[in-house]
Structure formats: structure tokens, C-alpha cells
Ligand binder design. Sequence first.
Ligand code: BGC
Length: 350
Amino acid sequence: MTVRALSVVPGKPKTAAVTSHPEPLDDDGGLLVDGLLVGICGTDVEILREGYGWSPPGEERLVIGHESLGRIAEAPADSGFEAGDLVVGIVRRPDPVPCLPCSLGAWDFCRNGRYTERGIKERHGYAASRWRVEPEFAVKVDPRLGDLGVLVEPTSVVAKAWDQAEKVAARSPAPRHIALITGAGPIGLLAALLGVQRGYEVHVLDRVTTGPKPALAKDLGATYHTGDVTEIEVRPDVVIECTGNGPLVFALTEIVATDGVICLTGISGSKKQATMRPDEVNKEMVLDNLALVGSVNASRAHYEQAAAALARADREWLARLITRRVPLGDFEKALSREDGDVKVVLDLQR
Ligand code: BGC
């Protein structure tokens, strides 16, 4: 059977195309999966439009896609999976050395940078009508979630961010109540969902005043803010920063509570210069015991937490996050932002 996949020659965005491939090889794992959906995020746009990404060694093209959802077609008898199960594939694989964190399954803390990532770094991704995955890198999705399972990977990223933020916050005996999420894209809204589930009073800050984001935040029970962060009159104990906007990151040090934690999940390709007050930021951080912590990727435990958090969430609310579903053949349409977009997904069977 021929497989249709979205691939590109990394570094040459004009080569992005739907290509035909032979049936995936057993080397990629014992589970054979019919690809259903892949989510498109900023990293995919960077790969397809700006030349980011790395092909597998010895190959020219990279099949993209890391926010996966598929249905098992064939599973080995002792794998813990069976035909018909909905699954998500884990993105990162441990480095071959392996470093100590990778040897313990904490590949999201890889020390030597030689990890690989499906759809991003030296391994084909999941934007394919059929793919394979090793059972130990597959996560079962509650069948009641259906297509919403495509949100497991982005949720795993914020599950790790919350885990980091709360571990760092635990250095102070003070209880934590108030969370601020900066950015109301899919990552921000999923971070807000996890904050509400953890019992926080959640505030969401974004630039937009129209479209679905304000209502999505409010319907979670969060308070939606726009405008300048220094004017929001909230002193959050925990900030999950999801915009990647550098000047905003440093402005956050002015408004967080004493002992506050700012966890950074976003990155920006921007090279713009900005004036900063490094000595003031330093003073604020020291005198207020502030912590700035970066967080990338996710371990298996975070994927499992993500799948469980989504299974507990209101499915109608989650469905409103997926604002466009684009057939694989029209992938270009998924790469440009349209008004009202939150999460755009590619349909791999159309
Ligand atoms: C993915 C992560 C990945 C990171 C860096 C993100 O878009 O969600 O899984 O580790 O990019 O490549």
C-alpha cells in the first residue's frame, strides 16, 4: 500500500509537497497506525515555510508532523494495544549515548542535544496516512475523545510546564492560588485548562479582543485580559508564558507575586532589538525570590497526564479549539493564519 505524507527538503521550503511513500518499515515500531489527524503549530510552519528541521540521516526529505492522532491497524499480541485503539505518538526519542536523563526516560531533559524528534529532527513524523510507532512511544487516547485526541501532544507540553512551575514554586511554603497565562493560542488555552483543573484562579492575557479566544477563556472560568501586562492589576503566583515575546517575559518580572514563578514555553524567531533594564530585572528577581524557568517537550508521564486531563475536560469546549480542518492535499491553507483560528489540523484521510 502506498502512503501519502506531507514532506519537505529541510532548508528548501518550496519543496513542501504531498508525496507517496512505501508502507512504513517495521524499524519504526511494531504498531501500524492509520494516521487520522495532525495538528499544525508554529514549529511546522517554520519547517514548511522557513527552512527549519532535519531529515533522517542519508535521506533528502523529512515527513513532518508531531501533533499526531491515529487508529491502530495492527498491533503485536503482547503490546498492550489492539486494532481500533486511538493513539498518539510521542515526539522525542532518547539520544543514542544515552545521557543520564535520556537513559531514565527523561528525554525532555536530554543533556547532549543528540535526541531526535519525529517530524522535526532526523526522524519522519506523523503527517502520513499510515505510520508506525514503538508501543513504548505510543499513548492510548480515551475513545470518547475521538478527534480531540490530536490535542494530546500540545497538552503534554503544558503538562510539563505546569509540572516545572509547581516544582519550582514548592521552594516557598506559601500556597499558590493565582495563575496568569500569557497568550491565548492553543498552548495558552490548554495551559489555562490545566490551571483551572489544578484549582487556580486563572487569568489569560492576549492581544485580541475579537474571535473565539475571549469566550473560550471565560467559558473555562478564567478572566480574559487585553492590553499592557503591567496594567492588569493581578499579582500571579505562577505565570505560564506562551507567547515567546521577549519584552513581555521581562515585563512579567514586574508584576508577579513575591516568590513568583514564570515558566517560559514559547519561542520567537524575532531578531528585534529592545531596551531592557537588566539591573532592575536582576534586583526584582533577587529581592522577590523570583524564578524564571524554561520548559520544552515532554516525557511519557506528561503525555499520560495530558490524555487524562483532556478526558476529564468538557468535550464541547475542547472541540471549539479545533477551528479548521484542512484536507492533506490542501496543506498550504493550513499554514496561513485566518481570522478566528485557534488550532488548525490536517485531515490525513482526505
Ligand atoms: C514540539 C516539541 C519539541 C519542540 C522543539 C515543539 O513544537 O511540540 O515536542 O520538542 O517543538 O523541537
